[in-house]
Ligand binder design. Sequence first.
Ligand code: SF4
Ligand code: SF4
Length: 485
Amino acid sequence: MNVGLLVTKEARRAVGDETLKSLFENKDLVYMAELGDFVYSDLRDNEVRSLVILGDAGYTLKDEIEQKTGISPLAMDNLPSEWVKGKSVKYVTALLQAYVSKASQSDLAYRVQPVHTKNVDRRSLLRFKFYQYVPYPVLAEQLHIEREINRTVELCPKGALSKTPEGPQVTKPEECSWCGYCSGSSYLGYLENPTFSTTQFVEFVNKITSIYGPSKMLFSCKPVNVKEGVFPVILPCIAYVPDAFLLASYAAGLQPMVYLAEDCRTKDMGMKRMNEMPSHFPGTNLNIVKITSEKELEIAMNTPVPPMKIREIPLDLIYSRSRRRSLLLWSIKEMSKEVPLDEEDEVPSSFYVTVDTEKCVLCGVCVRECQMLVPQIRNQGDSITLEYDEYNCIGSGRCLRSCPEKAITVKEKVKLKEMRKVQFTKSVVTKCRYCGKPIGSFKVKDKVSVMLNSMGYNTQFVDVCNDCKQKELTKMWLQRIGVSK
Ligand code: SF4
Ligand code: SF4
């Protein structure tokens, strides 16, 4: 997506033209200018679809830019000039490059439909502006995982979400308070913040770490003055922040800080989410800084950054089926390379499936039921194995409910040592008596025999594959009618 950068005169002076020129290294930046009347036609001519506005005048210009260029206000980031004043060239370059990269991934902003303005003031009357774009969560991709859909819909305190054929969607945007709690608390992250999606997060973090190195990332619901080395991102509410962002920013080399302002518009949901966030990176004493007052914010900004390595977050993680879960698992794996993790510590939003190997008959029903592909059945020579890859379990309980032998239990809040485990259940393969083709586990064959016997049925075909059974039955029928001997 083409990105434009507009700077006010004051901000241009603070940053310097040399630094601004160096930003053109970013291939997504197609237009840069000091604010003036001519920029509207330039933005249209350059097909700019998202904007970074550096300087304080930007706040009042958003409406005008939208009307004259068609750029969505949700695809515009306004950076106060205080963020760049008195900062090093390295910091300013990292900050602006990160915002340009974030802006290049603003596609979701264009999926948001306008809603009627709730507060019609004199200004909106004068401009005939009776609608507005609000950052309600949007579905990034189709989602058909039952647990994630149900959970997301249930999380909304306003009843603004519904199930649709594509997945959970905000179907009553005028009811939505854009607190972001549904998005921040979801496991997989398909319902995204249109102003800071998972893709934007990864682009943003990678840019900062590659240019600036280890530093701090501040998630805030309002613009605040920041110190050198603190990279702020402004969200509609901090309830939008998922655990995966906090862990991944730590693993990438940015200490996460979350600031819930006292005058936050949706403070109750912000506080609820903040209380659910982990207090530290699992298995370490690296704390996730939660801030609820300006005084705490000041202290947090002045505290030195803990020693950390930088790592690039692979982009393919978020194109995988489990998106945010993959991000969370990547973080734990990468952090474990740097520091020995306390294996007894718990991992947030994680689940652990245990299979009673005595009871399990390897029927494979759980494999069919699980939408996260956690259980897998493998044939290896004469044996059949059921593996449970614990990493991707989101605790739906579908396997547990469908297991005919009641062999499964699902536990919430998993210890690090449990998450790494892959469980096995093994059995000998039953082969077809006639053709030798493997037809399932020996345990299932035994179970079926006992069951048929107890019901008074014939058990002669329990160890025969379907093809051979058909052939045998046909042969018996032909013999009975005297066609064959
Ligand atoms: S953002 Fe908040 S109000 Fe809107 S749908 Fe999500 S939980 Fe509901
Ligand atoms: S393993 Fe069971 S509980 Fe976990 S996601 Fe799959 S079906 Fe759900």
